[in-house]
Ligand binder design. Structure first.
Ligand code: SF4
Length: 211
């Protein structure tokens, strides 16, 4: 058996474990074999005419969902292009759909997210009627402790490279648990249960996506 076949077999099995965990937490999980399948699944979850916004997710872009939403029959609020960013962020709380990813997810379906500006984690916690989260299998961690370590040491230190920041991770690639004014690690959201049924939809993808 080739290495990619072994990885696929393991991911197929692990995804079902994560999906069971999500369901036990009143969230919905799906598994896509490819980016194309993930895009099709996501679009099935988003009715035409929906008010949509998104966080700064690379995974959403990587599967082609951002382009599909921009070019589709939706009311899309693009925070990245907005002149009034605060207004665009407030739009999220009344949106039909918020598109994003997670910084890590545990084997049993707990979502871990870290934020600097915190518009993303606050909208994940409350506001938009539906979250559609695109999650590569590279983000699955064994438990909350491992997921938090992944979010701090891997996701945050890589995300820091995307922005003009004066933080230790930007300069060294490693987390120094900083209290810099530029830190992107202000708020930590652990989603262990979702109260509202049919709100959180996690599409696991058999690919390395995002950071
Ligand atoms: S160095 Fe600071 S900004 Fe960078 S990952 Fe660590 S806490 Fe976050």
């Amino acid at each position: 058996m080739k290495a990619n076949e072994i990885m696929k077999k393991r991911n197929d099995l692990l995804a079902q474990t994560v999906i069971k965990g999500l369901e036990s937490r009143n969230m919905s999980g799906y598994y896509a074999e490819s980016k194309e399948d993930a895009l099709n699944l996501a679009l099935q979850l988003i009715p035409e005419g929906s008010k949509i916004t998104k966080g700064g997710s690379m995974s959403v872009e990587q599967i082609g969902l951002l382009d599909a939403v921009k070019n589709g029959n939706y009311e899309f609020c693009d925070r990245d292009a907005a002149v009034d960013k605060h207004a665009a962020e407030l739009f999220a709380y009344d949106a039909d759909v918020f598109l994003g990813s997670v910084n890590a997810i545990t084997n049993d379906g707990v979502l871990i997210n870290i934020d600097g500006n915190s518009n993303r984690v606050s909208a994940y916690a409350y506001g938009p009627k539906k979250l559609v989260l695109i999650v590569g299998m590279n983000k699955v961690a064994v438990d909350v402790d491992a997921a938090m370590k992944r979010a701090r040491n891997e996701a945050a230190t890589k995300n820091a490279q995307r922005f003009e920041l004066n933080t230790p991770c930007k300069k060294t690639g490693a987390c120094f648990n900083c209290k810099s004014m530029d830190t992107i690690c202000c708020q930590f959201l652990i989603t262990r249960f979702e109260r509202h049924k049919d709100r959180v939809h996690v599409i696991l993808v058999n690919e390395d996506l995002g950071f």
